[in-house]
Design a protein around this ligand. Structure first.
Ligand code: SF4
Ligand code: MG
Length: 320
């Protein structure tokens, strides 16, 4: 298939300021050398514990914040080198769905206006056309037409996420970054939203970067999975390969927590010791060594290379 997105050695460091002069005294390496390629129609699940840099990857790809190093190519266009005006033209094609759409909705704005405002901002449609387009996306997202004149507080969590998706869809994007879109929802509602995203992918030929801390959520929607730890990619493979043959000890630990209905397939639970270290002061060598059950001496001093060990299967571990 056609490559839609190419992320090459992306880094995003946030300065830590200190002292009365607020000088830069260090950096939080939120994203520290992340690479992947997404083809049209694929869904990459980006997984890791909270604070590992997943959201920053999503935001930096969309250039909602600047990068520190590396490149983001969207259909060959270098997103971070693009003049503002050109970026604005490209915006409709790449959209973000938030974990909590409520926080991004103006409580005094009817949801019809909230969903339609981007069309007006981008000069895509006039008022009358906007209403028609909004009714269309409401329908696609499983919301009845009468909702158009209601306010955000009148909706349930699941409905709000449908509104968030409708808002992203109104501009007819090719690519959506969905940042923990179901994490705040009840399990039964999660399935509905996942099914909606999956249906939309087929009908609209969408490509997703699906960010989640939960591998069991990713399993149902994603064609590929990438695992992050402390700002870096530790493993990446097709979904089948990653679930069947996880190679990195961190991936194995995350997978061991995913419930499997078949008792024969059940894995032994691997409980990681300690908390995730601060990204402002990550461990030397392999950043996972302080929690890794397999760690050897080499892991403390040498950074493992992120390499392709089988076609499409990348991993960063000395023991693989
Ligand atoms: Fe564990 Fe060492 Fe592999 Fe890192 S390099 S994951 S510490 S075994
Ligand atoms: Mg996040």
């Amino acid at each position: 298939g056609e490559v839609l997105l190419e992320v090459q050695r992306l880094k995003k460091y946030f300065p830590i300021r200190g002292g009365i002069l607020q000088r830069t005294v260090g950096h939080v390496k939120a994203v520290d050398d992340v690479s992947f390629t997404l083809k049209k129609g694929e869904t990459l699940g980006l997984v890791g514990e909270s604070g590992c840099g997943k959201s920053t990857v999503g935001r930096t790809i969309l250039r909602l914040n600047d990068k520190t190093e590396g490149q983001v190519l969207f259909q060959g266009t270098n997103i971070h080198e693009l003049p503002r005006k050109e970026l604005r033209k490209l915006r409709p094609r790449m959209q973000l769905v938030f974990q909590d759409p409520y926080s991004s909705l103006n409580p005094r704005m009817k949801i019809g206006e909230a969903i339609g405002e981007a069309l007006i901002d981008h000069g895509i449609a006039d008022r009358k056309e906007v209403r028609e387009r909004v009714l269309e996306v409401l329908n696609i997202c499983g919301l009845a037409p009468y909702h158009i004149d209601r306010f955000p507080h009148e909706f349930s969590g699941g409905q709000r996420q449908r509104i968030g998706i409708a808002r992203a869809l109104i501009l007819d994007p090719d690519f959506i970054v969905a940042d923990e879109p179901v994490s705040a929802l009840d399990v039964s509602i999660q399935a509905q939203i996942i099914n909606l995203l999956s249906d939309l992918q087929e009908t609209k030929r969408l490509t997703y970067l699906f960010i989640s801390h939960d591998l069991s959520v990713v399993e149902h929607l994603c064609t590929h999975v990438a695992v992050m730890y402390l700002g870096s990619m530790v493993e990446q493979a097709s979904r089948e390969e990653l679930f069947r043959n996880p190679l990195h000890p961190y991936t194995k630990a995350l997978l061991s927590a995913v419930p499997i209905p078949d008792p024969v397939m059940r894995r032994e639970r691997i409980v990681l010791k300690g908390d995730i270290p601060s990204p402002a002061n990550p461990p030397s060598g392999c950043k996972f060594h302080t929690r890794c059950p397999m760690a050897v001496d080499q892991c403390k001093s040498e950074v493992p290379k992120y390499r392709e060990v089988a076609p499409g299967h990348h991993v960063a571990c000395h023991l693989v």
